[in-house]
Design a protein around this ligand. Structure first.
Ligand code: ADP
Ligand code: MG
Length: 279
């Protein structure tokens, strides 16, 4: 495990994420992300964009892919209701020798290494935790860890992005934090072409005919204002493909793709989803 020593305190760093995620389509969203992170002058500072959208529209994927596009290490912190400021920054743990070791979380590790930090599902986290990031999110660009007694400055290459589901805020995030998480980048449902590409990217082994049903299903659901996202489409297709393979293994006569999709939709999304497959 990598360590760094700051003001005589040794910090153990987190590991960057290595994920096989590629962003497909909706190029303007990627452009907005990269523009927000650009620094155009010595006096300039990067912005901290906030990605907003329904669960499953691709927020985490976009944040990760944008970080990789910069060629930086990407660190993801998953925010929850229980996240405390020390979880976010530096956590003390007892080592084998009974000494205290300080573990730098993903955000602090990214700050030290000049990487990208994704604060995932940030709206689940309390104001108290957000408050510990306030100086990081403005022109001060540092955090203070009370636990380790350290003030840590962000590397100039450090970038931050927060993702937030637009339907499930656990806490009301205060205005002074919102104003530091700008611009807002809204991820909406993709067009049919893009949705087809996304499905192919995620399920390269899937049958074309099956994917066409899923695209038609999703597009119809989007037009009717349903909340089903490409993640639901991927899950449905994946399960349908597995049921088909299981039937083949058992030597049963395989059914058509639509029949498997109907069963998958019923179990994954419930009865209400079936109308969009039947039409
Ligand atoms: N534009 C896209 N390109 C590639 N994959 C995508 C895209 N949009 C969504 N996905 C896929 O959809 C699924 C859900 O995306 P995710 O980023 O986890 O959504 P969110 O974070 O908004 O809940 C993932 O499997 C992801 O790979
Ligand atoms: Mg996510």
């Amino acid at each position: 495990m990598k360590t760094v020593t700051i003001d005589g305190v040794t910090l153990h760093l987190s590991h960057p994420q290595e994920l096989p995620l590629n962003w497909v389509g909706q190029q303007e969203l990627m452009d907005q992300m990269l523009a927000a992170w650009l620094v155009v002058d010595d006096e300039d500072l990067p912005l901290n964009p906030r990605l907003i959208g329904k669960p499953g529209v691709g927020k985490t994927t976009l944040a990760y892919a944008a970080g990789r596009r910069l060629g930086r290490e990407v660190y993801i912190f998953q925010a929850t209701v229980d996240t405390r400021p020390e979880d976010l920054l530096i956590t003390p743990v007892i080592s084998d020798q009974g000494r205290i070791q300080y573990m730098a979380g993903p955000v602090v590790t990214a700050m030290i290494r000049g990487g990208v930090a994704i604060l995932d599902e940030g709206n689940r986290m309390s104001e108290k935790s957000w408050a510990s990031l306030a100086p990081l999110l403005d022109n001060r660009r540092y955090v203070e860890s009370l636990v380790a007694g350290l003030k840590i400055k962000a590397h100039p290459d450090f970038r931050l992005v927060a993702t937030m589901n637009d339907d499930a805020s656990t806490f009301e995030i205060p205005e002074y934090i919102h104003s530091r998480l700008q611009p807002q980048i809204l991820i909406d449902f993709p067009e049919a072409d893009e949705e087809r590409q996304i499905l192919k990217q995620n399920l390269p082994f899937a049958d074309e005919a099956l994917l066409e049903y899923v695209v038609a299903f999703l597009q119809l659901a989007h037009r009717r204002g349903e909340r089903y996202t490409v993640r639901d489409g991927i899950n449905m297709a994946r399960y349908a493909i597995k049921m088909l393979a299981a039937d083949q293994t058992r030597g049963a006569t395989p059914k058509g793709p639509l029949e498997y999709l109907v069963r998958a939709a019923l179990q994954i999304l419930g009865q209400d989803a079936l109308v969009y497959l039947r039409e």
